[in-house]
Every structure is written in structure tokens, then in C-alpha cells.
Design a protein around this ligand. Structure first.
Ligand code: F6P
Length: 365
């Protein structure tokens, strides 16, 4: 009988629970035994692993967050931590692992897979596990990843689990703000999450008719302050009673310097003479109940993750499950992580054209 474990890692995102539910039930249907590793990789390092059954995942399809807990584990980033993780997997006779998380979490999964045989032979040398294990079926680790991140920042998939719900949450907030903004003829600076990805800023700006959007992938040239103010002024002259500026938390200018929401407000007030306010949406964007879209993609991806673990190629290479053109796809996990992390480096090098190409059509157009 296949023994499969799953964990959620990094920042939580709406849709992780529907993913857990579908993964557990699809695994059970195929006859596997399923386990939850609690609190991300910390649970793997500390052997906090519990069995799950059909009922353990009942009534979670409409719940935000993750019922099995998540964390950013410092210990798992060390080789010693990963060795403990390998020991605990063997101890629990688990050699199939699903990781749901962002690029950092999936990098961790890949590292564990790369170091796996080295870690096992050290454990054998230290007589912590039986010498026959590395050659046995249990010694072959299969890993599959699903991307849970509100940022929609992963290369190789059109959408990540949680991005749709977060963008809906942002729209609800901005719609509420706009009614008061219009009454007072105010300008609002809304800061949204998205580390070094401007997807949330871009889609929420498009969907609310924002006057100006600051996203790291498309940094404005020097002198942008005047360009922005001229644009706002044109709107006011034509009868607009408010101004809306969306700033991604990782926004930068073309020299790579951060553009903070407080600086934008200062420009609006001191240079533009506007009555301006800031709202930093923060973690409200990660909470609430998952949308239809997040429940749907999480469910489809999870079923495919199970199919992959039951396939003949599962022991060969860690795969990431994504959605491309409304189809569920398998992609080599590390190649996707590498391309995603390249974006961070390219932003630092100010190679914005390459960044936009990697991000895809929404940013290119
Ligand atoms: O990666 C998801 C994310 O929500 C980012 O948008 C944000 O920068 C970060 O996590 C916040 O992390 P934390 O919850 O640890 O403050």
C-alpha cells in the first residue's frame, strides 16, 4: 500500500483546504494511506505526522487557510534539518510527498529530493536506518508540488492557488473605499501584496479602473511624479471625483529604488494638492473563503498530483502541477522554480524586458 504525506508551507492561501480535501480523497480512492505533516516542513523535521481519513477533510472545501498548518521553516533550510526530515519519512514508511506552497517551499522539496540518497547513506552509516532501505522501494522518494500563493508569481502555470480569491478580496475592499473617496473627492493609495510580483496590483487596478498602477515589472521612468499628477488632473477636469492609485508592495522605479505608498501619498498631497489617504490591505488579502475558481483549480490540480504519484515516472523527477489554458499540466518542478527565481535576479539587474517576457501575456500587453 502506498503511503503518501502532504504538507502546506510558506504563506497560506485560499484554496489550500480544497486542495488538501481533493488530494486526500483521490489518494484514498486509489487505495493509498494518507498522512498530514503539520505546520509545514517543521512537522517533517519534528515528526509531527498524523493519519488522515475521508472524514478528516470533511467540510473544509469552503474554508480559507490550511487546516494542517503552515510555516516558513528555518530548520528545514539546513542540511541537518533535511536529514531529520528524511529520517522521519523513513520511520513513518512514507516515500510519496505532496508539497503545497510557493517557490521557496518547492525549492525545499527539490533539495530534499536531490540530497535524498546522500542523506539515506549517512543515516545508514550512523545506523539510524537499516542498510537495505536505500535499495528498497521505501528508499525511492517521489515528490509532487502544487503552487499555493496569492501572488500568482510562479513560472509554468497560468494561475496559482489563492490568487483569484485574493484579487476578489482586493476588489471588495477597493469598491468600499471608492464610495467614500467619491464623497470626499479624495485620492486613495492602496497597497496590495505580491512580494516581487505585480499581478495582484495589475488585475485589481484593471478591474477597478485605477488611475495609476505601480508594479515591479513595469517601473516608471524618472519624473513619473509629474506624469502621474497630469493624468490625475485630466481625470478631475473631466469630472472624476476621486483618484485611485494601486501600489504593489514590491514596486520600484526604473533605477530599482522602492516606491512606497507613503511616498506616493506625499507626492499627491504636497505636489498635487490632493486630499490623500493610504490603505494598506495587508493580510486581509490572504483570508476569507476561497472563490469558485480557487476551489476548482485546487481540486483539479490535486487529482492530477495523485495521478502523478501513481504513475510509473513518479520516482524519476519532482513535478509541479499547474494550469495552462484551462488544462492541468505536469512541469518539471525545478525548471519552474529556477525561472521564477530568475525574475528576482533580473529585477535587481533592472532587466525589465526579460522580466515581462517571463511573466507572460498579461504583462506584455
Ligand atoms: O507570498 C505571499 C505573501 O502574501 C506575499 O504577497 C507577502 O509579501 C508575504 O507573503 C507576506 O508574508 P508574511 O505573511 O510572512 O508576512
Amino acid at each position: 500500500i502506498k503511503r503518501i504525506a502532504l504538507l502546506t508551507s510558506g504563506g497560506d492561501s485560499c484554496g489550500m483546504n480544497p486542495a488538501i480535501r481533493a488530494f486526500v480523497r483521490a489518494s484514498l480512492i486509489k487505495g493509498a494511506e494518507v498522512f498530514a505533516i503539520r505546520e509545514g516542513y517543521n512537522g517533517l523535521v519534528q515528526d509531527s505526522i498524523i493519519p488522515l481519513n475521508w472524514g478528516s477533510v470533511a467540510s473544509i472545501i469552503n474554508r480559507g487557510g490550511t487546516i494542517i498548518g503552515t510555516a516558513r521553516s528555518a530548520e528545514f533550510r539546513t542540511r541537518e534539518g533535511r536529514k531529520k526530515a528524511a529520517f522521519n519519512l523513513i520511520k513513518n514508511k512514507i516515500n510519496n510527498l505532496l508539497v503545497i506552497g510557493g517557490d521557496g517551499s518547492l525549492t525545499g522539496a527539490n533539495l530534499l529530493r536531490e540530497e535524498w540518497f546522500g542523506l539515506l547513506s549517512e543515516l545508514v552509516q550512523e545506523k539510524l536506518i537499516d542498510a537495505s532501505i536505500p535499495e528498497s522501494d521505501l528508499g525511492k522518494l517521489s515528490i509532487v508540488g502544487m503552487v499555493g500563493s496569492i501572488d500568482n508569481d510562479m513560472y509554468g502555470t497560468d494561475i496559482t492557488i489563492g490568487a483569484d480569491t485574493a484579487s476578489h478580496r482586493i476588489l471588495e475592499c477597493i469598491d468600499s473605499i471608492l464610495s467614500t473617496a467619491v464623497s470626499h473627492q479624495r485620492s486613495f493609495v492602496i497597497e496590495v501584496m505580491g512580494r516581487n510580483c505585480g499581478w495582484l496590483a495589475l488585475v485589481s487596478g484593471l478591474a477597478t479602473g485605477a488611475d495609476y498602477i505601480f508594479a515591479p515589472e513595469n517601473p516608471p521612468e524618472a519624473g513619473w511624479e509629474d506624469v502621474m499628477l497630469e493624468g490625475l488632473e485630466r481625470g478631475r477636469v473631466s469630472g472624476r471625483r476621486c483618484s485611485l492609485i494601486i501600489v504593489a508592495e514590491g514596486a520600484i522605479d526604473s533605477n530599482g529604488n522602492p516606491i512606497s505608498s507613503s511616498y506616493v501619498r506625499k507626492v499627491l498631497e504636497e505636489k498635487g494638492g490632493y486630499d490623500a489617504r493610504i490603505t494598506i490591505l495587508g493580510h486581509v488579502q490572504r483570508g476569507g473563503v476561497p472563490t469558485y475558481c480557487d476551489r476548482y483549480i485546487a481540486t483539479r490540480m490535486a487529482v492530477e498530483a495523485v495521478n502523478y504519484l501513481f504513475s510509473k515516472t513518479a520516482t524519476c523527477e519532482p513535478m509541479m502541477i499547474g494550469m495552462v489554458g484551462n488544462r492541468v499540466v505536469r512541469k518539471p518542478l525545478m525548471a519552474c522554480v529556477k525561472e521564477t527565481q530568475k525574475i528576482g535576479a533580473l529585477l535587481k539587474e533592472k532587466k525589465f524586458k526579460e522580466v515581462v517576457q517571463l511573466r507572460g501575456p498579461l504583462f506584455e500587453e
